[in-house]
Write a protein that binds this ligand. Structure first.
Ligand code: 5GP
Ligand code: ZN
Length: 111
């Protein structure tokens, strides 16, 4: 399988890592859309949230707690955490990822 984010998770593709443990990796987005723009991914290849199942419950919870930890570490008071599920929602990389963004005003509803 040719997956950029699997490559980042296994170290074969370079990135600016900000967090890693046995299940989760986080790194800076290559094309940031906010002053802080991190991507949080599971090491396990799950194409998108709609492909996750009950077995992934712990992993998905862990990702949210990593987001919280990173927000503390980067001293982010207000932040947005978002996942684009499918092309129509803006997903361009088919490996589940959560955008953690902060440092500017965000519109709601998201554009
Ligand atoms: P999506 O559009 O799928 O929700 O988000 C994919 C994100 O991955 C984009 O914000 C894009 O800038 C980022 N991205 C794509 N390729 C790379 C890469 O090779 N390295 C890093 N660090 N980010 C990437
Ligand atoms: Zn992958």
């Amino acid at each position: 399988m040719n997956c950029i984010f699997c490559g980042i998770a296994d170290g074969s593709i370079k990135s600016q890592l900000v967090y890693e443990d046995e299940d989760v990796v986080a790194f800076k987005d290559l094309n940031p859309q906010a002053p802080t723009h991190l991507l949080i991914i599971p090491r396990k290849h799950i194409a998108r949230l709609s492909e996750a199942d009950e077995k992934d419950a712990l992993l998905l919870g862990k990702i949210l707690l990593v987001a919280k930890k990173l927000a503390q570490q980067f001293d982010l008071k207000d932040f947005r955490l978002v996942t684009n599920n499918g092309k129509g929602a803006g997903q361009s990389v088919d490996h589940l990822h959560f955008h953690l963004m902060a440092g500017r005003r965000f519109l709601w509803p998201a554009g």
